[in-house]
Design a protein around this ligand. Structure first.
Ligand SMILES: Cc1cc2nc3c(=O)[nH]c(=O)nc-3n(C[C@H](O)[C@H](O)[C@H](O)COP(=O)(O)OP(=O)(O)OC[C@H]3O[C@@H](n4cnc5c(N)ncnc54)[C@H](O)[C@@H]3O)c2cc1C
Length: 448
């Protein structure tokens, strides 16, 4: 393949992984990032301190030979550990198959690892402190402002790939003045990270191999384990109203609220009040847009094309899967970039829309239903059906998280299965009471 210069804008999670895929195909790749180099300066890696990595993301990493190294630095989470208001726990496995679990990984460490690999093993060139302030989509020229000096420079390349995240400036330039659709749907809830420090000698103060969740209806707290024994908690909470980020303004209000809602968490959060006021309140939004590309010059990938809310733990996994699919398209069409981009959009846009919707739906499930007995009965029935029927009945969570089938297929099958589960859960009060003849005929009726 002819060597061509490719510019990637954004060295978050997607950009560096994409750069590795392309460098492996022989392209000269340069990545521009507005932040300083996080490997040299102690800066935050941006949103959320740790994330859940699952099958789609792992597959993409394995294609570039990185999955084992990265998984070695992650913590398996086998299920949700629910904390009730009265301090009781219940554990709910993510899968009926014990070999299926999700993995907590530090965002910063993953980001650094991907950049190291791109730079050291594949000759990708990174430029930090370079904020893209606009592109000329006709020529592919991108203008950068040096965030230290303010100096502006224009960079020319054959192709620009935008991985500059959910607030992408490239997306705005790409869509401007042409027929397009763009929707940015903000949730009425924001999020705030709160620390659960490690105990003495790095001991975990709660169950290590679980995603902890305190579901409380209109809001929830979750916590994911970190390698050093700490947990990163995230409060998903209304931005306005009562209670909300807006309504909790005094230290005592925060203390009283947490003591009432999350009593078992409070003793594990010694810096709760300081964290609550010092840490920023993050916003959550779903971004949908079309088109994702302009001629053979510019294409959006990752959150720049399709930011989703984090309740299915799929934003990064979906963005990593973008890299897999984009690489396949390059394999198919080589440097015929317009075809590459068109095929990429054709394949990925419906999938991004599907996971975006499922992620919003999952928010209601996580904060409200997970503690509801009828939801738990449905889960038990779901696992029983999976064990009896195998791939004929695969829970939606499994299809999204532990399979690589198209998200849109997981969504449509999930809807059918949900109807079935709804009917079964309405007819029995315990999974052992299922009448398998009825189940068989129900599955056949729905074409499963
Ligand atoms: C609270 C929270 C929890 C999450 N948890 C999970 C999870 O458990 N599992 C999961 O799969 N996903 C999760 N996600 C989603 C995940 O964070 C994103 O999908 C992922 O970061 C997307 O990667 P990206 O590289 O496309 O964008 P980003 O990671 O946002 O990276 C964009 C990069 O572009 C740079 N940039 C932006 N503008 C410019 C510019 N003008 N010029 C130059 N550089 C620029 C930014 O500095 C940044 O480095 C979570 C998200 C949130 C908010």
């Amino acid at each position: 393949m002819k060597k061509e210069r490719i510019t990637i804008i954004g060295a978050g999670l997607t950009g560096p992984l994409l750069s590795i895929f392309l460098a492996r195909r022989g392209f000269e790749v340069e990545v521009f990032e507005r932040r300083p180099d996080m490997r040299k300066q102690r800066i935050s890696a941006g949103r959320s301190i740790n994330l859940a990595l699952s099958t789609r993301g792992i597959h993409a990493l394995s294609q570039v030979g990185l999955s084992e190294r990265i998984l070695a630095r992650s913590i398996p989470m086998h299920g949700r550990l629910m904390h009730s208001r009265d301090g009781e726990f219940s554990f709910h496995k993510y899968s009926s198959d014990d070999s299926e679990y999700i993995n907590a990984i530090s965002r910063g460490e993953l980001n650094r690892h991907l950049m190291d690999e791109a730079e050291n093993a594949h000759g990708v060139v990174f430029h930090f402190d370079q904020e893209c302030v606009g592109i000329d989509r006709e020529s592919g020229e991108a203008t950068f402002a040096d965030t230290q000096t303010g100096a502006k420079a224009v960079h020319d390349s054959r192709v620009v790939l935008a991985t500059d995240g959910s607030a992408s400036v490239i997306r705005a330039d790409l869509l401007r003045g042409r027929e397009h659709s763009l929707s940015i749907e903000s949730l009425t809830h924001g999020y705030k990270e709160l620390l659960f420090p490690a105990g003495e000698n790095g001991t975990f103060m709660m169950e290590k191999n679980a995603l902890h969740i305190w579901p409380r209806g209109r809001f929830m707290l979750i916590a994911l384990p970190n390698f050093d024994g700490s947990f990163t908690g995230t409060l998903f909470f209304p931005v306005t109203g009562h209670p909300s980020f807006e309504s909790l303004v005094q230290e005592e209000e925060v203390q009283t609220f947490f003591a009432a809602e999350f009593p078992d968490a409070v003793p594990l959060m010694p810096t709760l009040v300081q964290d609550f006021f010092a840490n920023p309140t993050g916003k959550l939004a779903t971004v949908r847009c079309k088109p994702w590309y302009f001629t053979d010059k510019v294409c959006l990938l990752g959150d720049a094309a399709h930011a989703v809310v984090p309740f299915f733990g799929q934003g990064m996994n979906c963005s990593f899967e973008d890299c897999t699919v984009f690489d396949d398209c390059v394999g198919k069409y080589g440097t015929d970039w317009q075809k590459v981009f068109a095929e990429f959009e054709r394949l990925r846009k419906p999938e991004a829309d599907a996971i975006a919707q499922m992620a919003v739906d999952n928010y209601f499930e996580m904060r409200e239903h997970v503690a509801d007995p009828s939801f738990l009965l449905k889960k038990e029935i779901e696992f029983a059906l999976e064990q009896r029927y195998g791939e004929r009945f695969t829970p939606r969570y499994t299809m999204v998280t532990f399979r690589r089938m198209p998200y849109s297929q997981a969504q449509s099958r999930g809807e059918i299965q949900n109807d079935i589960l709804h009917q079964l859960a309405g007819s029995v009060d315990h999974v052992d009471k299922l009448d398998w003849d009825i189940v068989d005929s129900l599955l056949s009726k729905y074409g499963l």
